[in-house]
Design a protein around this ligand. Structure first.
Ligand code: GDP
Ligand code: MG
Length: 264
């Protein structure tokens, strides 16, 4: 390939897809849908769960953090609350992550994608040392992309939309990986409004100006800043429930993986 990453043997496959997003945005349900799609389309996928606190997974996983660290026992042993328990479980798992990478490397020839589910609370993955270690371990070995899952119906309010986009922006800058804005739950609300707001900041400002509060004024200023951010993104609308948008999603992943190979 035309890889600019400096590793002569850097592989184009598998592509790692790290699924992140606010709690309740639908990461786990989307994982289930993506896994089902790979089965139907004969795409060779490998599935990883990094949420130590999830009770039951709707999809079958090849690697599950819960097999290695018992979140409830970690809480008891270190006298931690739920968030501390999840964080410490991730730290324990991160120390063994080279083994996880080796497992994937051994299977690389038989895999197209590795789908990675992350803890419900987004900052536990995106703002922790272990999340950074895991992301870096992936990205230094395989083309890696981030799917940022957005709860579309909840983002119809301009201020909420802005907050969500700022968070996505911070993840882009922190990971420096290609990011796919994945507007989920389009069975409930189409993501057309988001595309319009992203394309035309004046349309967004018009929507935001219905509220004269301080936040709204700030929102309008920030929309100018985010204009540049939007130019560097791919966005797709999906529904984890209906299955809409799966082809578009994987097309965006392929384009992002190409971008990765050219950039890193
Ligand atoms: P996570 O915390 O990001 O892993 O979110 P979950 O996958 O647990 O989903 C949170 C809630 O959103 C659940 O009640 C799901 O059934 C619901 N949900 C997820 N995806 C969709 C979708 O595409 N459409 C609809 N209508 N609901 C969804
Ligand atoms: Mg989840």
């Amino acid at each position: 390939s035309s890889s600019g990453n400096g590793f002569p043997n850097f592989r184009r496959k598998p592509v790692i897809i790290i699924v992140v997003g606010m709690a309740g945005s639908g990461k786990t349900t989307l994982m289930h849908r993506l896994v089902a799609h790979t089965h139907i389309k004969n795409i060779r996928g490998y599935v990883m769960n990094l949420d130590p606190a999830v009770m039951t997974l709707p999809y079958g996983s090849n690697i599950d953090i819960r097999d290695t660290v018992k979140y409830k026992e970690v809480m008891k042993q270190f006298n931690l609350g739920p968030n501390g328990g999840i964080l410490t479980s991730m730290n324990l798992f991160a120390t063994k992550f080279d083994e996880v990478i080796s497992v994937i490397e051994r299977r690389a020839d038989q895999l197209d994608y590795v789908l990675v589910d992350t803890p419900g609370q987004i900052e536990i993955f995106t703002w922790s040392a272990s999340g950074a270690i895991i992301t870096e371990a992936f990205a230094s070995t395989f083309p890696t992309v981030v799917a940022y899952v957005v709860d579309t119906p909840r983002s119809e309010d301009p201020t909420t939309f802005m907050s969500n986009m700022l968070y996505a922006c911070s993840i882009l800058y922190k990971t420096r990986l290609p990011l796919i804005l994945t507007f989920n739950k389009v069975d409930v609300a189409a993501h057309q409004f988001a595309l319009e707001w992203m394309e035309d900041f004046e349309a967004f400002q018009a929507a935001a100006s219905s509220d004269q509060s301080y936040t709204s004024t700030l929102t309008q200023s920030l929309s100018l800043v985010l204009d540049e951010f939007y130019n560097n993104l791919k966005s797709v609308g999906v529904s984890a429930v209906s299955g809409a948008g799966m082809e578009d999603f994987f097309k965006a992943v392929e384009a992002s993986a190409d971008e990765y190979m050219d950039t890193y």
